[in-house]
Design a protein around this ligand. Sequence first.
Ligand code: NDP
Length: 351
Amino acid sequence: MKAVVFDQHGGIEVLQYREVAEPDISPNDVLVRVKATACNYNDIWARRGMAGLAVAFPHISGSDAAGEVVKVGSEVRGVKAGDEVVVHCGVSCRQCEACAAGQDVFCRDFRIWGFQTGPLDGAHSELIRIPAYNVVPKPENLSWEEASSLPLVLVTAWRKLVTRAQVKPGDHVLIWGAAGGLGIMAIQIARLFKARPIAVASSDDKLEVCRKVGAEFLINRKKQDILEEVRSITARRGVDIVFEHPGEATWPVSVQAVRRGGTIVTSGATSGYEGLTDLRHIFFRQITVMGSTLGSKAELIQAMRFVETGDIKPVVSEVLPLREVGEAQLTMEHSEVLGKIVLVPDGNGSR
Ligand code: NDP
């Protein structure tokens, strides 16, 4: 079978589309033929290399997949060959106290599949081996491409806004990178909870997409002063929640944009890890800063219900052959992506 593999860190030139051995499954695993797989920023971090992230070579990236189960392990119940599934990309020990409590995101062995090195190769491949626990039925109202674009960004945005920041009706939610993978989900989740999404993006074209999926207010960060706009939208109060992920470049603005007693919830550092914080803002204005990463399978299932009802819709801007993953990563690195880019392995077909 074919997969996208890299043997060293570097630019997109290290990505090779080549023949690899088919995975063997363990008793609790399933083998899935990948119909479509999405691109995530994590793929770029793994390829570039990042302090504190151990990547074993050869490495196959990819944390999202939709496909058809072709084989199940001897201990698997409730999943069978022919099932159409998507993959929840949180992998944990399933044994510890945190896992037993449904808090697998706090398991010491918790890993993002395809990103952090573990026993499993990632999704940028024709066939994948994954624990049966990690598969979730594919929503019937979505194509393979749409379904593959969702799990990672959907569960991350859901946990950030619903579980962590506890978004509620009327909340002003400032969403950075609003036309990106996380942002498009955040807008729709905020709307679902009758909150008031303020989309920030770098072009009017991107903002138009944000408007279409439910953003109430639009800010073009290249043309407008974000703090001035926030003051005007919120009658000088500040926003209730900031949905952070660009990191260093946006952090000081996020700290000033949030209201007294408001919350900044962060899950990323695309532009750098060292967000400068004037601590006086944190204590005088009693701001809550929350970290969040991925989410549990339960959170994904909860969010997926709203995909099935059509309240949360995927936005797929490009579908490319799997071998062109490098082009997709460049588009993301240049902040040119709208929603998600999806890859389709040669020969596996799609519908
Ligand atoms: P995308 O590439 O889809 O979108 C990111 C958007 O962020 C860009 O389109 C851009 O929008 C905006 N952005 C980038 N740099 C800057 C900057 N300097 N200033 C302001 N905005 C900027 O990525 P995702 O939405 O999928 O992921 C975003 C980040 O979150 C990544 O770093 C990723 O690794 C992380 N992440 C973390 C997860 C976790 O569990 N911890 C899970 C998922 C993602 P524009 O130019 O239009 O403003």
